[in-house]
Ligand binder design. Structure first.
Ligand code: IPM
Ligand code: MN
Length: 359
């Protein structure tokens, strides 16, 4: 089969890690008999430098004409002083909203070979970690009305509105229940229903939905308590579903529990059309160009792309087990090496390619 993939390498370490993921995809193509055709799109800071805006015209159309989008990372200190409308992050948010990517899947898996890199005690990590955060991605405070104005007596004032509709909650809720069904059939819905009205609506919609999924063991967890439990007993979670900003925060926390953000992929998907696949770690500008970045999160994102957008589960598993093989053989990039010997970005990519070819 032939597939069209839009590549958004972006800024910082983005181009280096996307390059390695592309080479892994090509190795998969050779073995399984697929052809991937790539189109490079500038987005974020590099697009500001190139055309004067972070989200060049035609980006949405080019993405929609592809089967999936593989993204590196956007942003960096170079563009931090720009006005809000020109900031690279703006482009990322626009991409999510233009493509209707309301569901962000962020798995956090503690790979046995890496248990020692986790900052958690071994009594905790010995139970393993294998959870999936399902983050609502196109609503809530990220997309609510923003204001900043002068008051007569309290100086300047600012506000960011958090709003959610039943429709938005129901569609992310269903995604989460369905994912739980495909895994260990446990779903925790995370909210702040003791304080927030949006959370009370969230909870009531989830309770309505849980009647339709009696085979899934459902629980409500308050977000502060969830942050605590992720440290104390991360193994107790399977799928967690939550609103946009809670998901932003808790996915970093869950990710760190697995030892390195450098290993965490993510998938952003909508009701149809191409999904966007990207590592969770960001552009790490200080590491750019040094051949030190960990390409595995991007390579694992490419595996999610194969699974969720191209419906090629066997190919996806081949990539994931190749990554495990390389880690089991003891290879580490600097972020995972804990001061021990390490390999560079290019070499790590090569090792995964070789492991894929041995499958
Ligand atoms: C993420 C990032 C983004 C977010 C930023 C860069 C806008 O932190 O993907 O988690 O907050 O969603
Ligand atoms: Mn984040």
């Amino acid at each position: 089969m032939n597939y069209k993939i839009a590549l958004i390498p972006g800024d910082g370490i983005g181009p280096e890690i996307v390059c390695q993921a592309v080479k892994v995809l090509d190795a998969v193509g050779e073995i399984f008999g697929h052809k991937f055709a790539y189109q490079n799109l500038p987005l974020g800071g590099c697009a500001v430098d190139l055309v004067g805006e972070p989200y060049p015209e035609g980006t949405t159309e080019a993405c929609k004409a592809s089967d999936a989008v593989l993204l590196g990372a956007v942003g960096g200190p170079k563009w931090d002083e720009l006005p809000v409308s020109l900031r690279p992050e703006k482009a990322l948010l626009k991409l999510r909203s233009e493509l209707g990517l309301f569901a962000n899947l962020r798995p956090a898996v503690l790979r046995p070979a890496l248990a020692a890199v986790s900052p958690l005690k071994s009594e905790i990590t010995e139970n393993g970690i294998d959870l999936m955060i399902v983050r609502e991605l196109t609503g809530g405070v990220y997309f609510g009305k923003r204001e900043r104005y002068q008051t007569s007596d309290r100086g300047e004032e600012a506000s960011d509105l958090m709003a959610y509709s039943e429709m938005e909650i129901e569609r992310i809720g269903r995604r989460a229940f369905e994912l739980a069904r495909m895994r260990r059939k446990k779903l925790a819905s995370v909210d702040k229903a003791n304080v927030l009205e949006t959370s009370r609506l969230w909870r009531s919609v989830m309770h309505r939905l849980k009647e339709e999924y009696p085979d899934v063991e459902y629980s409500d967890v308050l977000v502060d308590n969830c942050a605590m439990q992720l440290m104390r007993s991360p193994f107790s979670f399977d799928v967690l579903v939550m609103e946009n900003m809670f998901g932003d925060i808790l996915s970093d926390e869950a990710g760190m529990a697995t030892g390195s953000l450098g290993l965490l992929p993510s998938a952003s998907i909508g009701a149809g059309g191409p999904g966007v696949y990207e590592p969770s770690h960001g552009s790490v500008p200080q590491m750019a160009g040094l051949d030190e970045a960990n390409p595995l999160a991007t390579i694992l994102s490419a595996a999610m792309l194969l699974r969720y957008s191209l419906s090629l589960p066997e190919e996806a598993t081949a990539v994931e087990t190749a990554v495990d093989d390389v880690l089991n053989a003891g290879y580490r990039t600097r972020d995972m090496a804990g001061g021990g010997p390490s390999v560079g970005t290019e070499r790590m990519g090569q090792l995964v390619r070789d492991a894929v070819r041995k499958k």
